[in-house]
Design a protein around this ligand. Structure first.
Ligand code: NI
Ligand code: MN
Length: 226
């Protein structure tokens, strides 16, 4: 499958059967808005980890444009469902089979209010089983012992972890998180978008390398094969 980075926590995942977009935040991301045209994005599914602005901003526009099904927690699913969009709600521990494979909604240690302050359910992450590969999308989270449960259940091929610090774990805790989930191939996300989450790329790369792991800091718009 092909994974494309669109900035912050937004990824495109092209699988054999479907196109997925995660946490779309592009049109107000100064690093991405001139490089990515949301009108051209293909999506059959939009996965949303929590209700914060930097994860839901472009959900409605992309869903309207593509007819994609929004897969998220129950409260966010109801919010978009009330706008007439197609949405499916999960909650912690819940798995569901979709065209692309299986998605499980897992614990994240964070918060999840909508931009107007209203309740956005609990923040989560996803474990996706797609085309014979297993991917952990942590969402916004602190390092948490719950990550060890993921290693007990799944044999991950890739972990997408926040590394920007301040609002989530930083790269040092993300190295520990990659141990907890037992994965050596990591894509970093949720860094550099705002001054508070700017990171030293070389130091982050070194921290993972010293632990015997690969950290990918993808250029916005670039892709990798998994
Ligand atoms: Ni957040
Ligand atoms: Mn965030």
């Amino acid at each position: 499958m092909k994974i494309t980075f669109y900035g912050q926590s937004t990824f495109g995942i092209e699988s054999n059967n479907a196109n997925l977009i995660t946490d779309p935040f592009i049109t107000a991301n100064d690093l991405a808005k001139d490089k990515v045209d949301i009108q051209t994005l293909k999506a059959d599914y939009i996965l949303v980890t929590h209700a914060h602005q930097d994860h839901i901003l472009d959900v409605e526009a992309i869903a309207k444009n593509t007819g994609a099904l929004i897969v998220t927690n129950n409260e966010i699913a109801n919010y978009f469902g009330d706008k007439g969009l197609k949405a499916h709600g999960l909650n912690f521990g819940g798995s569901k089979k979709f065209d692309f494979g299986i998605a499980k909604y897992v614990v994240a240690q964070h918060s999840s209010s909508f931009p107007d302050g209203s309740y956005g359910g609990n923040p989560g992450g996803f474990v996706l089983q797609i085309d014979g590969k297993t991917i952990y999308i942590a969402g916004d989270t602190a390092l948490t012992m719950d990550m060890k449960l993921i290693a007990e259940e799944f044999d991950l091929d890739l972990a997408i972890l926040p590394i920007g610090d301040n609002y989530t774990m930083g790269y040092k805790d993300a190295v520990k998180a990659s141990d907890f989930v037992n994965c050596d191939k990591i894509i970093g996300c949720h860094y550099d978008t705002f001054p508070a989450i700017e990171i030293d790329h070389d130091a982050a790369q070194k921290a993972f390398k010293d632990a015997g792991k690969e950290l990918h800091l993808m250029e916005i718009g670039s892709s990798m094969e998994l």
